[in-house]
Write a protein that binds this ligand. Structure first.
Ligand code: HH3
Length: 328
């Protein structure tokens, strides 16, 4: 017989990492092609109430870029640092994704840009989308873009834009604007009106892109090719805010998500494992010993471990479960 997906409960692995990573606010997590964990953090910069003015312009430019290494590649087993890069480049890191060549696609909400950065530790900027420090909402300006997803079949990239826009844009691998959808974009046909599209994931087996529509407390999925709406996953258990999502094709597809603190409703901050097809919540998890403060991104590694980056507690939490039991 085949594998049965017997999703036990995800439990915190402690201590992890075995030695301190000296992290700032952790804003993004990704996996590289060796299934190592990539951490994108803010060093000594903080996103606070006075970081931006009412026109979404970054106010601390005089501080200069973050001097610490903002991109750390760590081994998922012990959390040892394998590579450190991203110094002197970023002001307010947000999302990070890798592509097949192990380049990093990152967003910086102070720069209002997406940057494609070489993953060889050389920090070469291979491509940028958006004008540094200039917010906008046309095809060459973004406003606090939050994440990138890479369509592994076509190489096209999707950008969730952002805190001060509410749209998803599609670009070719070399940065040519292709299309966009969501409120605030030219195309108003769609039924979607995002409120802070905060995290994106590409589903390689379904060729869909899903977005964590943060302030609407819901996940929406679209056909990558056309932007056509496919489905929505909205759960009371989210408590009104979904901060980040990830996906595993295992079984009939698993969505991993973390929720956020809602000003209107109190819901415990947790991770969720959701069956993509049935929308059933298969598991929820949290650190137990200490609470999540601002779970901000989530990824699953090949061996089934789940990592959550927390921008509030400036830490990464590792969870594991005895995920697969082979039925004989
Ligand atoms: O959401 C916020 N931040 C987090 O998502 C983050 O740190 O990326 C935020 C919004 C307004 C003011 C201050 C912080």
């Amino acid at each position: 017989a085949g594998q049965t997906l017997d999703q036990d409960h995800l439990e915190l692995v402690s201590p992890w990492p075995q030695s301190s990573l000296q992290l700032g606010q952790v804003s993004g997590l990704a996996l590289d092609s060796d299934s190592n964990l990539v951490i994108f953090h803010r060093g000594d910069h903080h996103w606070g109430a006075d970081s931006f003015n009412s026109q979404a312009r970054y106010q601390q430019r005089a501080l200069g870029p973050i001097q610490q290494s903002t991109i750390l590649v760590v081994d998922p087993g012990k959390g040892n640092i394998l590579k450190a890069s991203g110094r002197n480049m970023f002001y307010m890191p947000h999302g990070i994704t890798t592509d097949k060549e192990n380049n990093y696609w990152v967003t910086d909400v102070a720069l209002h840009q997406v940057l494609k950065v070489s993953g060889d530790g050389g920090d070469r900027t291979l491509l940028t989308i958006g004008e540094a420090f200039i917010p906008g909402s046309d095809s060459s300006h973004l406003c606090q873009p939050t994440d990138v997803a890479v369509d592994t079949h076509t190489g096209n990239i999707f950008v969730s834009d952002g805190y001060c826009n509410s749209r998803i844009l599609k670009f070719s691998a070399d940065g040519k604007y292709l299309s966009e959808w969501g409120a605030g974009s030219s195309d108003r046909r769609r039924r979607v009106a995002f409120k802070v599209p905060h995290s994106l994931v590409f589903l390689p087996d379904r060729r869909e892109v899903c977005v964590a529509d943060r302030e609407n407390g819901r996940i929406q999925c679209f056909i990558a090719e056309t932007g056509e709406f496919v489905k929505e996953i909205k759960k009371e258990e989210f408590g009104g805010e979904v901060f980040a999502i990830s996906y595993s094709p295992a079984g009939d597809g698993l969505i991993f998500a973390v929720n956020g603190q809602s000003p209107y409703r109190s819901a415990p901050l947790r991770g969720f494992v959701i069956n993509y097809s049935t929308k059933d919540i298969l598991d929820t998890f949290s650190p137990k010993t200490e609470e999540f403060m601002m779970p901000h991104d989530i990824v699953e590694t090949r061996d089934g471990s789940v990592f959550v980056g927390d921008a509030g507690s400036k830490s990464v939490f590792k969870f594991t479960s005895e995920k697969f039991h082979r039925s004989v």
